[in-house]
Each structure stands twice: as C-alpha cells, then as structure tokens.
Design a protein around this ligand. Structure first.
Ligand code: 5GP
Length: 286
C-alpha cells in the first residue's frame, strides 16, 4: 500500500501521521548530507541501523528516567513516537575537541575537555545552523529560561549516561547533538522530551583503543567503510549480532500519549506554553 505524503521530510528522516492522536511515525532513510547539504549521498542500510541504535539508546535513557519521544519500534525503518513541538535548537554536548569546535578555536581534535561543554545552535539549514547564545534563545522566545535549565540538566545527564554506555562498548563519545520538544496531553502541557534520534549520524564515536572514527565523519571526510562503521557501533551495542542478525525489537512498558502530566518539572514552564507557541526561526538572510 502506498504511503501517505510525509508531514515532514528531513535530510535523513521523514515523519508521517501516527495511528493515534498525538503520535507520529518516524521513518529513517539511507540518505546522508553534510556541510549544510553541499555533500549528498546514500549510506546503504543506515536507516535500518539508526532506527535500531536510536531505539536502543532511547530505551536505555527512559530506564534512567529521561523522558523521550520514543514509544516503540514498528519495523526495520520506522518507530512510533510522540508528536512533540520541536524546540528549534540543536543542543550539542562536547567531551573532546572535534569538528566545528576544533575549527572555531583553532585547536587540534581529540583534546579532552575538563568538563562537558554545551553549545546551542539554531536549527536552520538556510542559515547554516548558527551558534546562538542563551540570550538569543530568550530574545526570540525559542525557549524560556526554565525550559533551558531543564534542557541543560537533561543534556548533562544524558551525556554522563551515554559516555558510560559507549565506554562499555569500547567507544569514546566525543560529542553529539540532541533535539528536545514539548509534549502535550489532554490536560495541556506535559513536559520536555528528548526527540529526534541518537545515532552515529548525530554523535562522534571513536574507538577507545585505536581512535578510529565510527560515525558520520567517515562520510563527511570520505574515509570509506561508512556502512561498516555504523554496523560496528550496532554490533558493539548488542543491537546487531556478529552474524548480522538484529536483536528482537524490545518491548517497553511506557506511558501512553494520554498519560497524566508529571508532577516534577512539568508545571514550571508549562503555563504559558499551553497557549503560546514559539515563533518560527529567524527569516533567511538576504
Ligand atoms: P560539529 O558542530 O562539530 O559539526 O558537530 C558536533 C556534533 O553534533 C557532531 O557529533 C555532529 O554529528 C552533531 N551534529 C551537528 N549538527 C548536526 C546536524 O545538523 N545533524 C546531525 N545529525 N548531527 C549534527
């Protein structure tokens, strides 16, 4: 049966209407882009691997109490997620210098940072995802101070946990990008959840022993063996077996979209968010 038109088409994913109100289907593609869409390509099997890697990570994060948009995996390329109002900010956490950070400050890659560095970028392809300050976030009302505090706390917690998870798999989490969104239930605003995906597309992962890059930098920098690197990450996390078989899709006892609001942090930033939607990112520069 032909699929409906996606509600949203991104560089590596599509979003379709979900089976129930408040849900969406997130479809992982094999397409890859880099350098603000200047480099385009396909990484065969990437969508399948990222779907399962992201599922694994989201489930582990849920187990330590991090709220995520993930509901369940539907098939090899698709997962059911909660519809979230995406906060238009890329939250980057860095443990070592690399990529944009190394370039910006003229330092070599691989320098350990004494404490994790959080950076915020505007999610805007047309502007090239520029680095933004907290004041800019508040000026455009992309998030309020309470929400940004909550995002920072979650970002450190997720980073701490993932550093350990990847270390156990012989990988260093050099840096990674996250997106967060607001979820609502029938009673109104419910809270902030981790959205999008966490996968070798959005993380820099280096082999702890050899320093070999096992992430999207292999595509960005034409290092070859791109598919193999994604498979290796899946294998080390136990998502893929040595024989190339995927582990069974995990069941999870999870809140449904209609669950009651949490009492912890949800009440704070919630009041105005019930009625007020953040404006769209800044218009494209002339
Ligand atoms: P950098 O700013 O050094 O280019 O990227 C920092 C980290 O965030 C890297 O792990 C990179 O993969 C991730 N990242 C930054 N921007 C994006 C993006 O637009 N999409 C994805 N998937 N990851 C990104």
């Amino acid at each position: 049966m032909a699929r409906k038109t996606p509600l949203y088409e991104g560089k590596a994913k599509q979003l379709f209407e979900g089976p129930e109100p408040g849900t969406l289907i997130q479809h992982f593609k094999d397409d890859a882009t880099a350098f603000n869409n200047k480099k385009k390509g396909t990484i065969s099997g990437k969508g399948v691997l990222n779907n399962r890697i992201s599922e694994f990570i989201m489930l582990r994060l849920e187990e330590i109490g991090v709220p995520t948009h993930f509901i369940r995996t539907l098939n090899m390329r698709e997962q059911l997620i909660r519809a979230a109002e995406i906060i238009p900010i890329e939250v980057i956490v860095r443990n070592f210098s690399a990529g944009g950070f190394a370039e910006r400050f003229g330092v070599e890659e691989g320098l350990p940072l004494p404490r994790p560095v959080i950076e915020f970028c505007l999610k805007s392809d047309s502007l090239g995802d520029p680095l933004i300050s907290e004041d800019v976030i508040f000026a455009f009302d992309w998030a309020d101070p309470m929400e940004l505090d909550e995002i920072r706390v979650l970002a450190y917690r997720i980073n701490d946990y993932l550093c350990g998870l990847f270390r156990g798999a012989g990988l260093q989490l050099v840096d990674f990008k996250m997106e967060f969104g607001r979820v609502f239930n029938e009673e109104g605003y419910e809270g902030i959840v981790l959205a999008d995906e966490i996968s070798p597309d959005s993380c820099r992962l280096w082999d702890t022993r050899t320093g070999e890059k096992l992430d999207k930098d292999r595509f960005r920098r034409d290092l070859g063996k791109v598919e193999e690197a994604y498979q290796e990450v899946a294998r080390r996390l136990g998502v893929l077996s040595g024989e190339g078989e995927f582990s069974p899709i995990e069941e999870k006892a999870k809140k449904q979209p209609t669950s009651k609001p949490k009492t912890s942090t949800a009440g704070r930033a919630s009041e105005r968010k019930k009625a007020v939607k953040p404006p769209k990112p800044a218009p494209k520069k002339k």
